[in-house]
Design a protein around this ligand. Structure first.
Ligand code: NAP
Length: 263
């Protein structure tokens, strides 16, 4: 059995991860950490029977008492780095789905991981369909040099643009032999053309009712190509999260991106 601790266990993603771990024959939920619903039984928070697993707000204490094999983090961009530092200090393997991790954060992680026995797996998107969308975008950008990204998420999402949009733009830039073209147009309303990252315009939509969606529109002579992925339920992320939990112990150091586990 792989013993799993979930950080952000009472959140939208965390609850789905806890239920998925409980339903998996190889995984065992040993601790639930969250700033919310502290001292409640995680079973009650999941809407079922008590599991005798009390939500704690101290990651450090939970790591010491539950001794997990893997900690899974779905918290908040402002919390995730502290959680990573604590897990690396305690030599605990970690799967991180929380977005908003910057290039500077990655530099720090690469330094810290050298003096830790932990392996760390980070993915901005655990949905297999989203990984394929990024792969297809890398192929398309070789033939279509003009492209823009529209990403759409629920209205409680803390960061913009999404980690998936940033990753997609990075991969597209890497795959394109020429800079990605984008038409210049005066903005009479600030932000009308979105934000520009790696030469790609990114537009972030935040609305209730949405989960996680993204489309990349490529423009060429007399034609457009649209590649779109929709996560309509948080269950879409779970096969990827389970794959990462089961593999993080085998991948030395830092691994970024679910694609690394699919090839
Ligand atoms: P959420 O519903 O707000 O859940 C986050 C939970 O973490 C909340 O209960 C929050 O408590 C708690 N929390 C915040 N800081 C904490 C800390 N220091 N220690 C313990 N718990 C803490 O958010 P969500 O929709 O589940 O999303 C969580 C993250 O996952 C976001 O960054 C989101 O972008 C990302 N995400 C990633 C993927 C992927 O595939 N990689 C997919 C979906 C979402 P409070 O409410 O009290 O702050």
């Amino acid at each position: 059995m792989i013993k799993v601790l979930v950080i952000g266990a009472a959140g939208k993603m965390g609850k789905t991860v806890c239920q998925t771990v409980l339903d998996d024959s190889v995984l065992s939920l040993v601790a639930a950490v969250d700033a919310n619903h502290v001292a409640k039984d995680i079973g009650e928070v999941l809407g079922g029977d008590n599991l005798n697993l009390i939500i704690d707000d101290s990651l450090e204490k939970s790591l010491q008492s539950a001794t997990p094999d893997v900690a899974v983090d779905f918290t908040h961009p402002r919390a995730v780095m502290d959680n990573i530092r604590v897990c690396l200090k305690h030599d605990i393997n970690m799967v991180v789905g929380t977005t908003g991790i910057t290039q500077d954060n990655l530099k720090e992680i690469r330094l810290l991981i050298r003096s830790s026995k932990s392996n760390l797996f980070i993915a901005p998107n655990f949905a297999i369909g989203a990984v394929l969308m990024m792969k297809f975008a890398q192929s398309a950008v070789k033939h279509f040099n003009s492209a823009e990204i529209i990403e759409l998420h629920h209205d409680k999402k803390a960061d913009s643009p999404s980690g998936t949009a940033l990753k997609t733009a990075e991969l597209m830039e890497e795959s394109s032999s020429t800079p990605i073209g984008s038409a210049h147009s005066e903005e009479s309303v600030t932000g009308a053309r979105g934000g520009k990252y790696k030469g790609v315009h990114i537009h972030s939509v935040r609305l209730p009712g949405l989960v996680a969606h993204q489309e990349i529109i490529f423009g060429g002579l007399g034609q457009t190509l649209t590649i779109r992925h929709d996560s309509i339920d948080r269950l879409s992320f779970m096969p990827g999260v389970v794959l990462a939990i089961k593999n993080v112990g085998k991948r030395k150091g830092l691994t970024c991106g679910l694609d690394k586990l699919l090839d």
